[in-house]
Write a protein that binds this ligand. Sequence first.
Ligand code: TXA
Ligand code: MG
Length: 331
Amino acid sequence: MAVGLTTRMSPADPAHIAEAARCLRAGGLLAFPTETVYGLGADAANPRAVAGIYEAKGRPSFNPLIAHVADLAAARRIARFDARALALAEAFWPGPLTLVLPKAADCPVADLATAGLDTIAMRVPAHPVAHALLQAFGGAVVAPSANISGHVSPTTAAHVLSDLDGRIDMILDGGPVEVGVESTIVGCFDTPMLLRPGGLPREAIERVLGQPLASPPDDPASDTNQPLAPGMLASHYAPRTRVRLLAEAVNPGEALLAFGSAPLPGIEAAAAVLNLSEQGDLGEAATNLFGYLRALDAAAIASGASGIAVMPVPNHGLGEAINDRLRRAAV
Ligand code: TXA
Ligand code: MG
């Protein structure tokens, strides 16, 4: 295991971003902020560094990683873009969209990072720290979310530290992230497919494509063997406390993850309450989601609460990603 390292927490200033790029060049493991969630980065072309990511996270090696680059020109040296993929990249990069594309013939990314597939997931993040780091480093950085495999994704540097302290070299602290759920993943196959709902709403993508996104043939949440997005295992993003969805009342002994301002029977007796967005704003709810799940989990454990009840969240826009993560948290 990659334990026994001293994990340095550093502010994301220019000097530490330069140090972080040197850390990547030396094969190190480094957490950094993106606009969606914090990522755990390694040099995509260095097989030993890539193996270190799987070790540090306890991630199954059949689950491939996203390659992050500074811009579309860099992405085109790694993957092949057809007209539709180009249109999506031009519309949404930098931003919370990952494209699954055929690998370029001389793709420099280590085979382990793509789990032997002939496709590769590519993303150009919009966060200024991620962008500066990718530019300073120069190559592709593979980066899953910077959490122990199966845990809730980190939206602050403190979340990263609580999962990965002693397992990685460095954390660049760029403050809390903005979007709060991971990137939307689109498979650029013959029929473009929504492999994971995320920080870019489906509706925006469909507008650019001029056609609806297909769904994977099997519900990935019910298939743990060969899903199209192999990381989309049913139980994921899981707090330790039991999560109960679509709550219309708080049962005795439960904590509550609320949404909106409608009154809820039993709320006055809840063990703890956090509201994703009192105004019912889905962007605000996405930003708060993972941090509030972590906080309610800790509060529930501390108070001996029996579970976390979750109020319904509408399923349009960012609500699709929020509901996807909540369903996985409830498995
Ligand atoms: O917002 C994000 O996407 C964050 C930040 C750090 O960029 N990253 C992230 O990575 O969420 P991760 O590893 O937690 O999720 C990547 C997902 C997994 O479900 C994986 O199976 C899928 O992308 N994936 C990677 N390569 C793939 C490929 N070639 N085909 C299909 N799915 C792929
Ligand atoms: Mg993840």
